[in-house]
Design a protein around this ligand. Structure first.
Ligand code: PLP
Length: 392
């Protein structure tokens, strides 16, 4: 098999318009934060029906900034899910706060509100739900809990650009919403992120913190309106998005619904192809919600499949198909074990998902031929055509 035939997990669909837009940015010489970032931010706001947005260079940066802007007491506890990317919890730690995990629901794989409530102490300052795979969390219950205990809510919407819950868009619940345009996400800018906030003051603070803590006009200091002095008013970060990134995002965003439709169809096709296999398929989307179909995950239970999850991954790789694991639960990682004394067994649902889950490719870029290859391989690996390999 040649390198080119290998199906790279999460490989994005990049089209001619964004290639031309990036080239135009390069030729213009305006590479950094400028008019294209402004346009991408405005288009994104319109897409989300949101009033206040700031473009940054990653979702990790977005989370970090919101956690700082939330102005919690140092060391305050932030309750989040063990079934997320490490960035979620690292952002909490870098903001000088203490991550606390609440286990997920085994079916939705989203944070379980009852577990959240059980973890609340006098030091709890915020809840940080992640809309896993693009399926919305139970925001009614989480909002209720947040109100009752006076907590900030920050949504990690890295999987959930298109997600809606009871008619409301993900990232517009609670206090802040954070988005990712990393290469494997539903739309991409290479690296990139966005913050949605609820009012102008908070947004200004986030924008300022994203650019070294320099006063507002610093964003325009190289424009044609004459030199402007800037003043550093807080110790900020270097988290601004570049025009080169926004050049990609502007065109990706125009196709967000077309890509979503493709992934939705692929999701249904996988459901149909795998319904007779001894694996657990992802739960159907809930009524009155919109699933973003960011990940298609199957559970490979060695008891039912006669093959371990890691063997399954190896055999898919041998067949030329790159799969993902979203995620080993956070307590599986040595740093968190050492630092917070977290143990996988204390979050049994997340532990089990993390040890059995496989994400199959679901990019809008996949061709019919590739999709057939994936469904054929999954079936062959699970019904034992590869059993010779397994015994070897
Ligand atoms: C990708 C991801 C992030 C981080 O996004 P970046 O833009 O790469 O910083 C955070 N949380 C979750 C759940 C993610 O999947």
């Amino acid at each position: 098999m040649s390198q080119e035939d290998f199906i790279v997990f999460g490989s994005p669909l990049i089209e001619e318009e964004e290639i031309q837009e990036v080239v135009a940015s390069m030729r213009s010489g305006w590479l950094g934060t400028g008019p294209k970032v402004d346009r991408f931010k405005d288009d994104f706001k319109a897409y989300k029906d949101a009033s206040f947005a700031a473009a940054v260079n990653s979702c990790t940066a977005a989370l970090h900034l919101c956690l700082i802007a939330a102005d919690l007491e140092p060391g305050s506890e932030v309750i989040t899910t063990p079934m997320t990317f490490c960035a979620t919890v690292n952002a909490i730690i870098h903001a000088g706060l203490t991550p606390v995990l609440a286990d997920v629901d085994p079916v939705t794989m989203n944070i379980d509100p009852e577990q959240v409530e059980a973890k609340i102490t006098s030091r709890t300052g915020a809840i940080l739900p992640v809309h896993f795979a693009g399926r919305p969390c139970n925001m009614d219950r989480l909002d209720e809990i947040a109100k009752k205990h006076d907590l900030i809510v920050i949504e990690d919407c890295a999987h959930a650009i298109e997600t809606e819950y009871h008619g409301k868009k993900a990232g517009t619940f609670g206090n802040y919403g954070c988005f990712s345009f990393y290469v494997t996400k539903n739309i991409v800018t290479g690296e990139g992120g966005m913050v949605l906030a609820r009012n102008e003051e908070e947004l200004d603070r986030i924008k300022m913190l994203a650019l070294h803590g320099m006063s507002k006009d610093a964003w325009k200091r190289f424009g044609d309106e004459g030199y402007k002095h800037y003043y550093v008013t807080e110790c900020g970060f270097k988290y601004n998005m570049m025009d080169i990134q926004a050049a990609i995002g502007i065109h990706q965003l125009k196709r967000i619904d077309a890509y979503w439709q493709k992934r939705r169809q692929l999701w249904q096709r996988y459901n149909e192809a795998f319904k007779h296999l001894p694996v657990t398929l992802p739960a159907d989307p809930e009524q009155d919600t919109r699933h973003a179909f960011h990940l298609y995950t199957i559970m490979v239970d060695p008891e039912r499949c006669g093959i371990s999850r890691d063997e399954f991954l190896d055999e898919m790789t041998r067949d030329g198909i790159g799969c993902g694991v979203h995620y080993l639960s956070l307590p599986e990682h040595p740093y968190y074990q050492k630092t917070f004394n977290w143990k996988p067994e204390d979050f049994p649902h997340a532990m089990q998902i993390g040890r059995q889950t496989v994400s199959l490719p679901i990019s809008a870029k996949l061709t019919d031929e590739q999709i057939n290859k994936i469904t054929t391989s999954v079936e062959a690996v699970l019904v034992g055509e590869h059993s010779g390999l397994r015994m070897a």
